[in-house]
Ligand binder design. Structure first.
Ligand SMILES: Cc1cc2nc3c(=O)[nH]c(=O)nc-3n(C[C@H](O)[C@H](O)[C@H](O)COP(=O)(O)OP(=O)(O)OC[C@H]3O[C@@H](n4cnc5c(N)ncnc54)[C@H](O)[C@@H]3O)c2cc1C
Length: 343
């Protein structure tokens, strides 16, 4: 019989898988349980952007947390190497009309991040088929991306190689384990074991997959386009309060129109829709750390930045599990903190 502490991780999204790997690497005996097939969650449909600058510039809730988002991004190269994940560090591009571009560039600069103007030839090289009306853009170094389904599979393989046991089953208790990590995304089934989950709101999101060959992430007003295996992704809707995964033709139509504004050929091209449900707190940051319930740690509520934040979340949870210092962002992420929508 091993004398190692036994940890049950509920949820095999990016937060659960990354945390399980960190816990196994710290020497704990780890099991991950999830009733869904691998990748059938928000993590599996995500665009995979690791984008501290554009997120902080374009999302008011992220603006106050650029330091935290950047710290999370900086943990990615080591995690990618550990798990065999390919990181695409090509600079992300903003495109749009002059007024929007100027405002977006000013917001990026106000964070202390640099922008580089890109002319039409540069945009065409990065985004063949880009609408002729899109003449100007700027690039931001340091906003990266990965392929989310491939990265999920790599995290799972790395976990298995590190001794993590996977079971396709729902968690409804933690008998036989020393510690429970609740990484159930927008799922509310474990609210009886982790009452802080009541602080999470679902935000449904549609994303489209279509043909194309994109060399860089494109951000524009109201939509983004991202390179993906076999084509590109165009996203994403933000539908607060919705937790169903039904495809809504109205949302698909809006995204198709946005896609066609960027790439006219997409107006008629076959595109498929996927839906994921994000979980969010009022201040935009996840719940990471101890629940008021003993023996329970939470890693949930990463809103639209779960991929970006995953290594930071995993590092903090592993530190809590080891009784170590959980890092400089612990108070901002504490599941029991006072939540304010002003962050
Ligand atoms: C359209 C879209 C695009 C996105 N794009 C990006 C992006 O570009 N960059 C980025 O950083 N983030 C992005 N996000 C956000 C990101 O996907 C989420 O923040 C992240 O996936 C959350 O991961 P998670 O592990 O917390 O939850 P999930 O991936 O939802 O995983 C939770 C898992 O818990 C399981 N579960 C539920 N209940 C139980 C139970 N009782 N027992 C066991 N398991 C249970 C579920 O089956 C599920 O598999 C996007 C999200 C969407 C919807």
């Amino acid at each position: 019989m091993s004398g190692r502490r036994k940890v049950l991780v509920a949820g095999a999204g990016v937060l659960g898988l990354t945390t399980a790997l960190a816990l196994a690497d710290a020497g704990l005996e780890v099991a991950v349980h999830d009733p869904a097939p691998p990748g059938d969650n928000a993590s599996g449909v995500a665009a995979g952007m690791l984008a501290p600058a554009f997120e902080a510039a374009l999302d008011p809730l992220a603006r106050l947390h650029f330091d935290l988002l950047t710290a999370a991004r900086d943990l990615w190269p080591a995690l990618a190497e550990r798990a065999g994940i390919v990181l695409d560090r090509t600079a992300a591009l903003a495109v749009g009309d002059a007024a929007w571009l100027e405002e977006a560039a000013e917001r990026v600069r106000s964070l202390g991040a640099g922008v580089r103007a890109v002319d039409r030839a540069g945009l065409e090289a990065a985004a063949p088929g880009l609408a002729a009306a899109v003449r100007h853009g700027f690039a931001v170094e340091g906003d990266w991306r990965l392929d989310a389904p491939a990265a999920l599979a790599a995290l799972r393989r790395a976990g298995e190689a590190a001794g993590v046991a996977f079971h396709q089953a729902a968690v409804d208790g933690a008998a036989g384990f020393d510690l429970l990590v609740v990484a159930t995304g927008a799922g509310r089934m474990l609210i009886g074991l982790a009452p802080e989950l009541a602080r999470l709101t679902p935000i449904k999101g549609h994303i489209l997959r279509g043909p194309g060959a994109l060399g860089a992430v494109l951000r524009s007003s109201g939509a983004y386009a991202v390179p993906a295996a076999g084509g590109l992704l165009v996203g994403a809707s933000m539908e607060p309060g919705r937790d169903d995964r039904r495809v809504d033709s109205g949302q698909v139509g809006r995204l198709r129109a946005a896609a066609a504004r960027l790439f006219p050929l997409l107006a008629e091209a076959p595109m498929t829709a996927a839906v994921g449900v994000r979980a969010a707190t009022a201040d935009g940051l996840p719940l990471v750390g101890p629940s008021a319930a003993p023996g329970v740690l939470i890693a949930a509520g990463a809103r639209r930045n779960g991929w970006l934040l995953a290594p930071l979340v995993a590092q903090a949870v592993a530190a809590y599990a080891a009784g170590a210092e959980p890092g400089p962002f612990a108070a901002r992420l504490d599941p029991r903190r006072t939540l304010s929508s002003r962050g």
